[in-house]
Design a protein around this ligand. Structure first.
Ligand code: OGA
Ligand code: MN
Length: 221
């Protein structure tokens, strides 16, 4: 048996069907206990190690040349997944399977997945935003995998999801507890990260469509 065959699945087996249904019905999905906890632990150690040893970059807003550092908008620090560890490869392989399931069920033509670790120190937040703008068909589906075990109910740091047609209407509040997995339409679902009181770790990722516009290649990041 190969080592990967001995591992339990990275995502709960029934996730794909529930996720596709929720995306179609409401544009977003949240499930608890979805990501294997051993995998969360390995990924959490990796990002916390980077946070402790200067291995993260301040996150900005915008892509390519429009990239700006705005701590008043988002306060996390990030590291793009690079397949360096077995844990990263296991997570990314699970996302590749999810990509195939999404393409088969919804004909989305997703061709790429990009993801970064994120660490929000106490006090950090990310104001309400969309992950992609209509017309720039780059990010189609957003994913967030949460990595911090034993998140206290008063720890703050929830992701708030708003109604696509009425951004003042809150539709879900997600505690960033290890094992929880969220997924939503990047172009239409407004969301934010409330100020956290604890050190908060996650992997934010995006399934992309090819977005070469008028010969100008959309920058990957
Ligand atoms: C993002 C984001 C949500 C979260 O990185 O774009 O919205 O809960 N993250 O970490
Ligand atoms: Mn976002």
């Amino acid at each position: 048996m190969t080592p990967s065959a001995m591992l339990s699945p990275a995502l709960q087996p029934a996730t794909q069907v529930a996720l596709v249904d929720a995306l179609v019905e409401q544009g977003w999905y949240v499930g608890r206990g979805i990501i294997d906890l051993g995998l969360c632990e390995a990924l959490n150690s990796e990002v916390l190690h980077r946070a402790a040893y200067n291995g993260l970059d301040d996150a900005g807003i915008g892509r390519g040349q429009q990239h700006l550092l705005r701590k008043d908008i988002r306060g996390d620090a990030i590291h793009w997944l690079d397949r360096e560890s077995a844990a990263q490869r296991r997570y990314l392989n699970a996302m590749r399977e999810l990509q195939q399931a999404l393409n088969q069920a919804l004909f989305l033509g997703l061709f790429e997945y990009e993801a970064h670790f994120a660490h929000y120190p106490p006090g950090a937040f990310y104001q309400r935003h969309l992950d992609s703008f209509r017309g720039r068909a780059n990010r189609v589906i957003s994913t967030v995998g949460y990595l911090t075990p034993n998140w206290p109910s008063d720890g703050g740091g929830e992701m708030v999801i708003y109604h696509p047609d009425d951004p003042s209407q809150e539709v879900a509040r997600v505690l960033p507890e290890a094992g929880t997995f969220a997924c939503f339409l990047s172009e239409t679902i407004p969301h934010e990260v409330l100020p956290t009181r604890c050190s908060r770790t996650s992997i934010a990722g995006w399934f992309r469509r090819n977005a070469s516009l008028g010969g100008v290649l959309d920058p990957a990041r």
